[in-house]
Design a protein around this ligand. Structure first.
Ligand code: FEO
Length: 391
């Protein structure tokens, strides 16, 4: 594919990966992804911003086929989906120097064996003059690795934001369709960025005043209206949770499903929005995305031996690692002869520091008395949400 001009002298030269279906052997990619790389030509010097995943090296090298000289390759992030094609790029352009953050130097040496005088660390805020264009490097640590930085091009008001504001979305659009992009970016935020909310807030405060008119992330299309994603990140990072209860569940013989249906109905009757997520075969990205706004999680599971079903163990492990802004936790457990499922789930989610609302534990099929307890749980959740003023 030929380079596509984003602004005069600024080109998209990366690769769209329509076929990739999983990232890190963990994150489903129902919409594929892209590995964005940008070429910036000043009157004096030419810079390549990031490379691509090593599986798509041929696409990048093909895009660069008419480019005779690259003076610098900026590595904004050392993870291999952006740095993996660095060795062949440096081989083609033997005079190019790598510029990266101070913390990336060690990562490039250990991950890719690139070191010595080919690599130079730039400081936070440092500017590189290319003649008619300038690149300003802005560290954005923990978005989502410690070494991550972004790059601002003031003459064109473009922020190259690296993984921050990214979306796993394969599309032929250079500028994204806003509705499609918002949903993909929310999912990406949930899966990749949410665990780092407190630090991301500071990163956001650094990049927002730059006044970018385009935001060009390292995954997914460009934002033609930066306010879309800046407003969304502010809300996702720092806004209150919504009046939403997420109910991940597993059912083996229908008992847990009966409880889930009763609870969901009770919550809806009381004005609480509900997302029921059957963990059997569930794309975990859906769970992660639901947790961005959730005020409450109610984990519903049968007992396997004495513990929660392994699908629930896995889901709660992920939920705890993602560190959503959830405020209330509860559980509904069914069992045959004994259970320690509640204790296990309470322990595994302790890091969320959420208030635990009295769980409902049922032996066999729920009785009328059990269903009344579930109604009471729905009432307790609705009351907590109302008292917190959640909308
Ligand atoms: Fe897209 Fe963290 O690499």
């Amino acid at each position: 594919m030929r380079p596509r001009e984003l602004r005069p002298g600024v080109y998209s030269v990366g690769a769209v990966d329509w076929d990739r279906r999983v990232f890190d052997m963990l994150i489903p990619l129902p919409e594929g992804t892209s590995y964005n790389s940008y070429l910036v030509r000043g009157t004096d010097q030419t810079v390549l911003l990031d490379t691509v995943d090593p599986t798509m090296t041929h696409v990048l090298l093909d895009s660069l086929s008419g480019v005779e000289r690259i003076d610098y390759v900026v590595v904004q992030h050392a993870e291999q989906d952006h740095s993996g094609s660095l060795p062949p790029v440096l081989a083609r352009y033997p005079d190019a120097q790598v510029l990266c953050s101070a913390r990336a130097v060690d990562l490039l040496a250990t991950h890719l064996g690139i070191s010595g005088n080919r690599v130079r660390a730039v400081e936070d805020g440092e500017e590189l003059q290319l003649g008619s264009k300038t690149l300003r490097f802005v560290y954005i640590p923990w978005a989502h690795w410690p070494e991550t930085m972004s790059t601002f091009l003031p003459e064109d008001k473009i922020l190259f934001s690296c993984d921050l504001f990214g979306s796993h979305l394969a599309t032929s659009d250079l500028i994204g369709d806003e509705r499609e992009l918002y949903l993909a970016a929310k999912r990406y935020y949930a899966e990749i960025m949410m665990p780092f909310r407190p630090i991301l807030k500071k990163d956001l405060e650094k990049v927002e005043p730059l006044g970018a008119e385009l935001i060009a992330p390292s995954h997914g299309p460009v934002y033609g209206r930066p306010g879309l994603i800046l407003d969304a990140y502010r809300e996702w990072i720092d806004g209150p949770p919504h009046n939403l209860a997420v109910i991940p569940y597993v059912t083996m013989h229908g008992s847990t499903k009966m409880m889930v249906d009763r609870l969901a109905g009770g919550l809806i009757d009381r004005g609480v929005k509900v997302e029921k997520l059957d963990l059997q075969g569930l794309d975990l990205g859906r769970l992660a995305t639901a947790l961005v706004d959730a005020a409450t999680i109610v984990a519903a599971t049968p007992t396997v031996i004495t513990h929660p079903h392994p699908l629930m163990v896995s889901a709660l492990y992920l939920a705890a690692e993602l560190k959503p802004k959830v405020r209330f936790l509860s559980a509904m457990v069914s069992y045959g002869w004994a259970t320690k499922a509640v204790e296990h789930m309470t322990e595994s989610t302790a890091g969320l520091k959420a208030e635990v609302i009295e769980p409902v534990v049922v032996k066999g099929l729920p009785t009328d008395d059990d269903l009344q307890k579930i109604d009471a749980l729905a009432g307790a959740i609705a009351t907590r949400h109302a008292e917190a003023g959640l909308t």
